[in-house]
Design a protein around this ligand. Structure first.
Ligand SMILES: [Fe+2]
Length: 173
């Protein structure tokens, strides 16, 4: 059996605010919506992948005031380094969003929160694998080559630092 990750479903307090963030800031499209049953809350489906009906869904039924505490974060991969840098810039201008740029050596990531304090990560794969866990703060205003040079300088001495292809080619799960 091979389990391929598909989606996560969140409880939301303020669906409008959450949908505004996920569509206008992160670029998701609403792919479907409707009540879960008669007189039940609406579920809204979101995707940014043409092959996936939804990657996220939200149900407006959350009553507590606390931050989410059982899920650390959801993570999304982007294909272009520049996407991380431009999202970082976009998020920096939004009130209430805290951003933490962190590289795991195999990624250049930014961690941030959505408007209801759910944790998110958006990352770009570096060309390397390196043993995990590890992370170092990086500067997302660096250009692509400077960021790659920084990763190599900061992680190449760590255990298991190899070209990404070499690690995944031999991997058996
Ligand atoms: Fe992560």
């Amino acid at each position: 059996m091979k389990l391929t990750w598909s989606h996560a479903v969140l409880y939301a307090r303020d669906q409008t605010k959450m949908l505004d963030f996920y569509t206008n800031v992160l670029g998701f499209t609403i792919t479907d919506r409707g009540p879960l049953a008669e007189n039940a809350p609406e579920i809204v489906f979101l995707s940014n992948d043409p092959d996936e009906h939804h990657q996220l869904a939200m149900i407006q039924s959350r009553k507590d005031e606390e931050a989410s505490n059982s899920v650390n974060h959801f993570a999304f991969r982007v294909d272009e380094f520049e996407d991380v840098a431009s999202l970082n810039k976009k998020l920096a201008g939004i009130d209430g969003i805290r951003i933490m740029p962190l590289s795991h050596g195999n990624t250049l990531s930014i961690y941030f929160n959505d408007p209801e304090a759910n944790g998110l990560e958006v990352f770009w794969d570096t060309p390397w694998h390196v043993a995990q866990p590890q992370g170092k703060p990086w500067d997302p205003t660096l250009g692509k080559q400077a960021a790659l040079d920084w990763v190599e300088a900061n992680f190449s001495a760590e255990t298991g630092f190899v070209p990404r292809d070499k690690f995944y080619r031999n991997r058996q799960l």
